[in-house]
Design a protein around this ligand. Structure first.
Ligand code: KIV
Length: 308
């Protein structure tokens, strides 16, 4: 294995150009669907790279998918930075967005900008994402954009504040709630966000908003009128127990495959089918003879000393 994964010798597709903000805007203008997926480590990043996705999000969903927390609330900046750095090492072309964890940006503009800088400087993220479209989130987004870091917004179901939203449930299902999402999305756009996630909102509400959205809108449970779609890596590949949200479409059942693979290995070890001769290493006969004679001579000398 290469000692330096940052300098991968063979890019998945050497002809593909790295995604940039102008290219993303161009995709929206041309009506080309934008693909975003979450990733949290080197192998998931390599899968995203090989698939040629446009955007990769080191989501705070990693709190649950890879760190085993019950929600996104407890995950720390340092924990997400470890995941973001590993993801960065696996990527060449997708635009990398780091999710700012709960409590790392709300307190002040200074706190938000300092956290965003860590994601860019320490993990190589191209941009950051923050949740919510209320006055606090809008101010923080504007401050980070003002400091020169692109920001992706996120409205609708915002898991970091799901307790306040009444749980993990679709948002914007009343006229007032839909109007609030519209206000928030437009405020984040006016604050300078380069893109925005619409999560778990009625498809009709998203569709109604689209003519007002000048920035690319990435949907997750927001229907097909938006500019692109995102799914959580572990959801789409079935590396998770349970069915997940209504919007999840499963393209594989890797959790079952992993359990079956580890189970087969355990069975092989217990029945001594593994390792087979082909899994071992050989030594030239003369070297082995010399080694064995040396061991025998040592044993003889030891026995001689004991009995003299
Ligand atoms: O953390 C995450 O995975 C996200 C996506 C669902 C957009 O925020």
């Amino acid at each position: 294995m290469s000692s330096s994964p940052q300098h991968l010798k063979v890019p998945a597709d050497a002809s593909r150009l790295p995604m940039t903000l102008p290219r993303l805007a161009e995709k929206k203008a041309l009506g080309e669907p934008i693909v975003m997926v979450t990733a949290y480590d080197f192998p998931s990043a390599r899968a995203a790279e090989a698939a040629g996705v446009d955007l990769v999000l080191v989501g705070d969903s990693g709190a649950m998918t890879v760190l085993g927390y019950e929600s996104t609330v407890p995950v720390t900046i340092d924990e997400l930075l470890v995941l973001a750095r590993a993801t960065r090492r696996g990527l060449r072309t997708p635009f990398l967005v780091g999710d700012l964890p709960f409590g790392s940006y709300e307190v002040s503009d200074e706190q938000a900008v300092a956290t965003a800088f860590r994601f860019v400087k320490e993990a190589g993220c191209d941009a950051v994402k923050l949740e919510g479209g209320g006055p606090v989130s809008v101010d923080r987004a504007a401050a980070i954009v003002g400091a020169g870091i692109p920001v992706m917004g996120h409205v609708g179901l915002t898991p970091q504040t799901s307790t306040a939203l009444g749980g993990y449930r679709a948002q914007g299902r009343t006229a007032a709630a839909a109007a609030r999402i519209a206000r928030e999305a437009l405020a984040l756009q006016a604050a300078g966000c380069f893109s925005i996630v619409f999560e778990a909102i009625p498809s009709a509400v998203a569709e109604q908003l689209m003519p007002r959205m000048e920035i690319p809108v990435i949907g997750i449970g927001a229907g097909s009128a938006v500019d692109g779609q995102v799914l959580v890596f572990h959801d789409l590949l079935g590396i998770r127990e349970g069915l997940g949200a209504r919007f999840v479409k499963r393209y594989a059942s890797l959790q079952d495959e992993m359990a079956a693979g580890v189970g087969a290995f355990a069975e092989d070890v217990r029945t001594r089918r593994y390792p087979a001769p082909e899994h071992g290493y050989s030594i030239p006969a003369e070297e082995f003879d010399a080694f064995r004679s040396g061991l025998e001579r040592t044993a003889e000398r030891r026995s001689h000393r004991l009995h003299s």
